[in-house]
Write a protein that binds this ligand. Structure first.
Ligand SMILES: Cc1cc2nc3c(=O)[nH]c(=O)nc-3n(C[C@H](O)[C@H](O)[C@H](O)COP(=O)(O)OP(=O)(O)OC[C@H]3O[C@@H](n4cnc5c(N)ncnc54)[C@H](O)[C@@H]3O)c2cc1C
Length: 288
C-alpha cells in the first residue's frame, strides 16, 4: 500500500524543524524512517507534513562531557553507536546491543532517537538506557526539559514526548562498574531482555549499587527492585544466593503482557534465565 499524500520538508536547524512541526504537532519528525515510513505505508500513521531532521548539524555526535557523562545525539544510528570508540571503551554492552539490533539495513539508517520515540515495547535500547540511569533531553518551542529513561515510555507506542518536542540527546553517567545485557529473540525484535549494572566497593568485594531492568515483558522496562535490594551491600561471592532468594517473588511482581512472543509464565521464565546470564557475565568477566 502507498501512504496518503503528504508534504515533505528538510530543514537545517532545530528551531526551523520545531516551527515546521507546528505548535499542535500537525507535522512529524522524520529521522531514519524505518518505523515511520512502514507505518505510513500501512496507513496506521498519517501526517500532513514530514519534517526531515537528517540535515540538522550536531544531532549525531557522541562525547564525554565535563560532568563525566556520556552524551549520544538522538540522530546516531545503531551502527554509529556500535562502532564508536568511546562507547566501546566505556559501555561495551551498549555497543554489542546496537551491533545486534534488527538487520543491517535498519542498523544503518535507524536511529536511537527514533527507536525511543516510537515506543515499541519489543525494543532493546530502552532497557539498557534505563539501567544506565539515562535522561532524555527534549527540545520544544517553549524550551528544553529532560526526562529519566525510566519515565519516558508511558504505554504501547506512547511516550511523554509531546508531538512538537524533538529528542536531541541521551545523557548518562559514565559507568563505573559492570554493565551487562542479555536478550532472547525469536525474530528480529527481542521477546524479553534484561540489563544489569552494578558498582563495587571495598576492593571490588562488596556490591555498592545495583540496577536491573527487564524489558519487553510489558510496554516499558521494569525494575527488579527486590533483587536490586538483595544485591546491594552483599559481597560478590554471595551474589548468586542473593539473586536466587529474591528472584521468584520479584518475577511474580512484574507486569507481563502475553503476546505473540509468548505467554506470561514463559516470558517470566525467560527473564529469570536472562538475569542469571547477566550475573554470569558480571561475575565471570564475560560479555560486559
Ligand atoms: C525489521 C525491523 C527490525 C527491528 N528490530 C529491532 C530490534 O531487534 N531491536 C530494537 O530495539 N529495535 C528494532 N527495530 C526498531 C528500530 O530500532 C527502529 O526502527 C529505528 O531505530 C527507528 O529509528 P528511525 O530513525 O528510523 O525512526 P523513524 O522511523 O524516523 O521515527 C520513528 C518515530 O520517532 C519519531 N522520531 C524520530 N526521531 C525523533 C527525534 N529525534 N525526536 C522526536 N521524535 C523522533 C518519528 O516522528 C516517528 O514517530 C526494528 C525495526 C524494523 C523495521
Amino acid at each position: 500500500m502507498l501512504p496518503l499524500p503528504f508534504e515533505y520538508t528538510r530543514l537545517p536547524t532545530i528551531d526551523e524543524a520545531l516551527a515546521a512541526v507546528g505548535e499542535d504537532g500537525e507535522g512529524m519528525f522524520y529521522s531514519g524512517g524505518t518505523e515511520l515510513l512502514l507505518a505510513m505505508k500501512m496507513r496506521v500513521i498519517h501526517t500532513e507534513r514530514l519534517v526531515d531532521i537528517k540535515g540538522i548539524a550536531g544531532l549525531d555526535g557522541i562525547m564525554l562531557n565535563d560532568a563525566d557523562e556520556i552524551e549520544i545525539g538522538a540522530r546516531c544510528t545503531h551502527n554509529r553507536i556500535a562502532g564508536d570508540a568511546l562507547i566501546q571503551e566505556h559501555v561495551p554492552a551498549l555497543s554489542a546491543l546496537c551491533a545486534d539490533v534488527a538487520n543491517i539495513r535498519v542498523r544503518s539508517v535507524g536511529t536511537i532517537g527514533g527507536n525511543l520515540c516510537f515506543g515499541e515495547p519489543h525494543a532493546d535500547p530502552p532497557t539498557m538506557l534505563a539501567v544506565l540511569d539515562a535522561r532524555l533531553v527534549l527540545q520544544g518551542l517553549g524550551g528544553i526539559r529532560s526526562v529519566p529513561a525510566d519515565e519516558f515510555i508511558q504505554g504501547e507506542l506512547e511516550t511523554v514526548r509531546a508531538p512538537n518536542e524533538l529528542l536531541t540527546t541521551i545523557v548518562f553517567p559514565r559507568p563505573s562498574g559492570s554493565v551487562t545485557y542479555r536478550r532472547f529473540k525469536h525474530g528480529e525484535r527481542p521477546s524479553v531482555n534484561v540489563a544489569m549494572a552494578w558498582s563495587l566497593a571495598e576492593r571490588n568485594t562488596i556490591i555498592a549499587s545495583a540496577r536491573i531492568r527487564v524489558g519487553a515483558l510489558s510496554f516499558r522496562p521494569q525494575a527488579l527492585t527486590a533483587v536490586e535490594d538483595a544485591l546491594r551491600g552483599r559481597s560478590i561471592v554471595e551474589a548468586r544466593c542473593a539473586v536466587a532468594e529474591a528472584l521468584p517473588a520479584a518475577l511474580d511482581a512484574l507486569d507481563v503482557n502475553a503476546d505473540r512472543h509468548g505467554g506470561a509464565d514463559y516470558k517470566r521464565h525467560l527473564a529469570g534465565v536472562l538475569l542469571q546470564r547477566n550475573l554470569d557475565d558480571a561475575l565471570g568477566g564475560g560479555r560486559s
